[in-house]
Design a protein around this ligand. Structure first.
Ligand code: GLV
Length: 321
């Protein structure tokens, strides 16, 4: 079976992959497999292991040919995949839910704390010799005690973030999304669903984006949305950059419509070093590394390989969308 893999995998999973009797074509560099190369190599493949940096669309499916039976993406998000086109060809789609929930939620908490407590400004001041005598109001930020947390998208990751932040003294958790989640409310009694995003924006001290990028959520966070938030609010996005209208975020941060932002995702990625977001002291940016722990990345990769092994035996995919 010809298997195309668009990147070298973490070491244990790479060994597992190489131990299979696949006709393996794998991009050997730690950078995106060039599109032209992928389109060329994917021809005749029965399985494709890809990343969120590979666009899976009709062009690619046509280039692969009708024998392609499984695509396993090493990600929980699948906005880079044209799911309808994949389904129309009866290709199975595997992904990696659950295993990255803890790592991503930890990282979201890190960004929330860092943005709320002005970590970038503090580090920059210390490094630049601007650390003067202790001052009562210097670099004061927001505390969690008694505050309201707003989660946009109470899926697995949103819930894990809420469970982690609640013990910091949060008084109320509001969440907004497609539907109310009674199971989540049983596990997290302080969580309340709101059918109105505007209410969440107006009442939350921390607004954390954990939803998928879909046509409904694309650029959901525009100037109007930031304008509805408290001017003391902290905004965090570890989901997808496309959920935010980035120029509007720059404007909102400059105009102090909100206090701070923490971003693990941007548009584009990588975000060029000249981007105005980097110039803002109240914006902390990390390079899409929320799931980047050794354990999680091995697990995500091994789920992809397990999906392909299952497909090679004609068995159902264990981690299927
Ligand atoms: C990361 O962003 C993922 O979707 O797994």
């Amino acid at each position: 079976m010809k298997v195309v893999v668009t990147r070298i995998l973490p070491p244990e999973t790479q060994a597992l992959l190489e131990a299979q009797h696949f006709d393996l074509v794998q991009w050997q560099q730690d950078c995106v497999m060039p599109r032209e190369e992928l389109l060329k190599q994917v021809k005749g493949a029965e399985a494709l292991i890809c990343l969120l940096t590979d666009r899976i669309d009709t062009e690619l499916l046509d280039a692969a040919g009708p024998q392609l039976k499984v695509i396993a993406t090493m990600s929980v998000g699948y906005d880079h995949v044209d799911v309808d086109a994949v389904r129309a060809r009866n290709i199975e789609l595997g992904y990696t839910p659950d295993v990255l929930t803890d790592a991503t939620a930890d990282h979201t908490v890190l960004l929330t704390l860092a943005a709320a407590r002005r970590m970038k400004e503090g580090m920059m001041a210390a490094e630049k010799g601007e650390w003067g005598a202790w001052r009562p109001t210097w670099l004061c930020g927001s505390q969690f005690t008694g505050k309201t947390l707003g989660i946009v998208g109470m899926g697995r990751i949103g819930e894990a973030v809420a469970h982690r932040l609640a013990p910091f003294g949060i008084r109320r958790i509001m969440y907004w999304g497609r539907q109310e989640k009674p199971d989540v409310e049983k596990r997290l009694p302080m969580a309340q669903f709101t059918g109105s995003l505007d209410t969440l924006l107006a009442e939350s001290d921390f607004v954390i984006v954990c939803c998928a990028l879909t046509p409904e959520t694309r650029e959901l966070f525009n100037y109007d949305a930031f304008n509805k938030m408290k001017d003391t609010a902290v905004f965090v996005n570890t989901a997808r950059g496309g959920i935010v209208k980035q120029d509007d975020l720059v404007r909102a941060l400059k105009e102090k419509k909100i206090a701070a932002a923490g971003l693990d995702v941007t548009t584009p990625e990588p975000l060029p070093p000249t981007d105005p977001l980097y110039k803002l002291p109240n914006c902390i940016i990390l390079p899409h590394i929320a799931s980047a722990t050794f354990e999680t990345r091995e697990r995500m990769a091994s789920m992809c390989v397990d999906n392909v092994i299952a497909a090679s035996k004609g068995e159902p995919l264990p981690y299927k969308l």
